[in-house]
Write a protein that binds this ligand. Structure first.
Ligand SMILES: *[C@@H]1O[C@H](CO)[C@@H](O)[C@H](O)[C@H]1NC(C)=O
Length: 174
């Protein structure tokens, strides 16, 4: 239920309604020759070797931070990333996409949004990357304020089928 607050209270308590995005993750496996860290400047209540964790952002927030990525070997054609999640504990959201050399296509359940975007050319070369990011979240909830939760696994495999990165994520969007 929505409570009407005076506008001044909204300015002081931008996430008082709980509308926004929250997530936690664990990293299970990362290739010996690679590393990964994603740090947010604010909005998260814990951190580990892989960066910030237990994060919460409100719609319209400007999200800033730094990503440090080291990939120890090329990702050739045939490398994949996969998502295997359950939305609201029941609706499956599972897909596997090429890491490079083709489009990634999937449909986001609940909002029924088709996604089709080009991945970079193959191979994705071994690299060391450290770069800041600055991303403005949409001003309004894409779920129109309806609480949607998702939980599952994410993984990246190289062309030989070896795991480059795998982990679990729990997220709530409202
Ligand atoms: C691949 O994605 C791009 C957008 O990134 C799109 O313009 C193009 O039509 C897509 N190609 C195919 C074969 O779907």
């Amino acid at each position: 239920m929505r409570v009407i607050f005076p506008a001044a209270a909204l300015l002081v308590l931008p996430s008082a309604f709980g509308d926004g995005i929250q997530f936690s993750r664990t990293i299970d496996t990362i290739a010996d020759d690679s590393s990964w860290s994603l740090k947010f400047d604010s909005g998260c209540s814990s951190s580990d070797d892989y960066g910030s964790n237990d994060c919460s952002f409100a719609w319209g927030d400007e999200v800033t931070g730094n990503v440090d990525l080291s990939l120890g070997h090329d990702l050739d054609e045939g490398s994949t990333f996969s998502v295997d999640m359950k939305v609201d504990s029941i609706v499956p959201f599972s897909f596997s996409c090429p890491v490079c050399g083709a489009n990634c296509t999937t449909t986001i359940p609940i909002v029924n949004q088709d996604v089709n975007f080009a991945m970079p050319p193959c191979p994705v070369s071994a690299l060391d990357l450290s770069t800041p990011f600055d991303y403005a979240l949409p001003a309004d909830s894409p779920t129109k304020g309806v609480k949607v939760s998702a939980k599952g696994t994410l993984g990246v495999k190289d062309a030989a089928g070896a795991t480059v990165l795998s982990g679990e994520i729990t997220a709530t969007v409202q």
